[in-house]
Design a protein around this ligand. Structure first.
Ligand code: ZN
Length: 344
């Protein structure tokens, strides 16, 4: 299913331009047409930077998920936005986001918004790069919803969200999406303390109707909200269970962990494509093309070129754009250097 060896890709998000950040905090002053224009312009900027870098796979940079109403939770019925975060001061981190109360049956009659995002990307992107859409999985989405009498625990909330996410994936495939990333950062962050087989069951039931009909990816994230990780940053507790994910590509963070457990990509490559994070999105050190080429050569000791994909460690939304731009350019340049050495 992969078009070329040593493929270059990205994880969904890209930094908001400064004006978009400002606009997202003042959306009430804009009209509906203004917001539509802002969203298009922001996606054009994200596409520009990714195409300029020369990537094989691009996304819309998640530039249009501007606020609560335009995020997944805004598409869900049966919720009341709590808003108040449990911690308002101190260092920025994930625990400063509020949770939402469930007030009725969870439904998403308009879908989750990803199909519209993908259609916008299709309309604005040049032909050439593969267009990827990213959808969070039901277990991750359940993390910010407070269980109640109807949905007594996090597992029950995840089960209620599962058919909603599956429908979005089916609609994406129907819209012509040839590459979808289903991301469950909560699974990779908490595999060390939960039963990883239970996670695999949820993941596989979420994707079962689209597996084989599109290229399915997943990113084993350790968390990057405000540039901070969550949980134990080890892949070993997820394996071998996670190798049973119904996926064509599994992405692992390596750069920020100084390539600890790199040998595990051999296990991934026996089952599916191994996507390796070779750019550190948390560091302002700009990797040179030579750094990247050396990292690619290290990966080639553990997996064949046909099975390897390279990307940053995570989405770039928490990295300043001035740094994200050369990081992506140098990543592609370094991978191309090794491709040339291999005669590709
Ligand atoms: Zn991530």
């Amino acid at each position: 299913m992969k078009e070329n060896p040593l493929r270059t890709s990205v994880i969904g998000s890209y930094p908001f331009p400064s004006w978009l950040e400002f606009a997202s905090q003042h959306l009430e002053v804009f009209g509906r047409s203004d917001v539509a224009e802002i969203q298009n312009d922001a996606v054009v900027a994200a596409i520009h930077d990714q195409v300029d870098a020369g990537l094989d796979v691009i996304t819309d940079g998640e530039q249009t998920r501007l606020d609560f109403n335009l995020s997944f939770y805004g598409y869900l019925e049966g919720l009341e936005f709590e808003g108040a975060s449990p911690r308002r001061f101190g260092p920025p981190a994930h625990d400063q986001r509020g949770k939402h109360q469930i007030t009725a049956e969870l439904r998403a009659p308009r879908g989750l918004g990803v199909v519209d995002e993908f259609k916008r990307l299709q309309r604005l992107a040049p032909s050439g790069p593969t267009l990827k859409a990213s959808v969070p999985g039901p277990y991750t989405l359940s993390g910010r919803l407070v269980p109640n009498a109807r949905y007594p625990d996090r597992w029950a909330v995840a089960e209620a969200l599962l058919p909603i996410v599956r429908k979005e994936l089916e609609d994406l495939v129907a819209a012509g999406c040839r590459e979808i990333s289903v991301d469950e950062p909560s699974m990779s962050c908490y595999a060390y303390r939960e039963d990883p087989k239970r996670f695999v069951d949820i993941f596989n039931r979420t994707v079962e109707s689209v597996f084989g009909r599109t290229r399915l990816c997943t990113h084993l994230c350790f968390g990057n909200y405000k540039g901070r990780a969550i949980g134990l940053r080890r892949i070993a507790p997820m394996f071998p269970a996670f190798l049973d994910f119904k996926a064509d590509e599994m992405h692992v963070e390596m750069a920020s962990r100084e390539f600890a457990e790199i040998e595990l990509i051999a296990q991934i490559a026996r089952r599916m494509d191994a996507a390796v994070g070779i750019i550190d999105v948390k560091s302002y050190y700009i990797e040179t093309p030579e750094d990247v080429a050396n990292r690619v050569r290290l990966c080639l000791k553990h997996a064949p070129a046909e099975r390897l994909v390279f990307a940053p460690d995570c989405g770039l939304s928490q990295t300043a754009r001035w740094a994200a731009q050369p990081k992506l350019r140098n990543m592609v340049a370094g991978v191309r250097q090794v491709r040339k050495e291999l005669g590709g």
